[in-house]
Design a protein around this ligand. Structure first.
Ligand code: NAD
Length: 261
């Protein structure tokens, strides 16, 4: 399966799942626009390595996607620098954990802003180019929390359920334009986003990260192992292929059985 000649914009691809998806799409031949935060030297090292390993174009833009105008600028920049935006992966996301009555208003707004609104703005900006080309793939990284809830994650669960709904609307609107729109719903993936939660849990309960890792998996997943960014990347590549041309509007679980219960 080759994505040669295609351009993929992967938001939040300096780390974790987004980086896994960017690697897989680059491996399949796509040119990549990376985005996200982090140490500039580390990001440049990864960007250069991806470009060298796969012989394609890999660009980076540090757009802050909590700001609407930056989302629009990132899409325009991708088209300017790499020629088009054929694959859009909305992956950038943040988390905050607290009961509703203690949940800070600014965390609610930040999570809804990045995990949900940024995906709306990027789809809105990218869809005209995809329609004009008669081909496109939009992949929204949702979560098991797009399908079921957990306590203390009001903003995250609301945003992830929202992105699953937005995925379905976009799929319907684009059904006859050669553009598919799907959500990937991972269970636990060991990334900085989850490592932060493990550290907090270990601190609060006086245990270790290793103990909390086992507990975290046991609480939610029948399968006591993490999903890897590589597996999610492979799923993204599959969704971009011709074989997946009629998969649209789907929320695809990759969650060790989490949502089967
Ligand atoms: P991560 O913290 O490793 O990566 C998040 C990425 O988003 C980073 O590249 C970061 O720089 C970027 N980012 C953060 N704020 C940004 C902003 N304002 N503008 C642009 N980029 C920004 O987290 P991850 O676990 O890889 O999460 C990626 C996605 O996967 C998120 O949407 C998350 O909700 C989802 N997800 C994660 C898990 C998990 O277990 N890790 C499970 C299900 C879904």
């Amino acid at each position: 399966m080759t994505l040669e000649g295609k351009v993929a914009l992967v938001t939040g691809s300096t780390s974790g799942i987004g980086l896994g998806i960017a690697r897989s799409l680059a491996g399949a031949g796509a040119s990549i626009m990376m985005n996200g935060f982090g140490n500039a030297d580390d990001i440049e090292r990864v960007r250069a390595q991806l470009a060298e390993e796969h012989g394609g174009h890999v660009a980076f833009d540090d757009a802050d996607l909590s700001r609407r105008e930056e989302v629009n600028r990132l899409v325009v920049e991708t088209i300017d620098v790499l020629g088009s935006v054929d694959v859009l992966v909305n992956n950038a996301g943040i988390q905050f954990v607290a009961p509703i009555e203690e949940f800070p208003d600014d965390r609610w707004e930040a999570i809804i802003g990045l995990n949900l609104s940024a995906a709306f703005y990027s789809m809105k900006a990218a869809i005209p180019a995809m329609k004009a080309n008669g081909w496109g793939r939009i992949i929204n990284v949702a979560s098991a929390h797009g399908l079921v809830a957990s306590p203390n994650k009001i903003a995250y669960v609301a945003a992830k359920h929202g992105i699953v709904g937005a995925t379905k609307v976009a799929a319907l609107e684009l059904a006859d334009h050669g553009v598919t729109v799907n959500a990937i719903c991972p269970g636990w993936v060991l990334t900085p986003l989850v490592e932060g939660q493990l550290l907090d849990r270990a601190e609060q309960s006086g245990t270790t990260v290793e103990v909390e890792m086992e507990r975290l998996l046991a609480e939610k997943q029948p399968m006591s192992k993490f999903t890897t960014p590589e597996s999610i990347g492979a799923m993204a590549v599959f969704l971009c292929g011709d074989e997946a041309e009629t998969i649209t509007g789907a929320a695809i679980s990759i969650d060790g059985g989490w949502t089967a219960q």
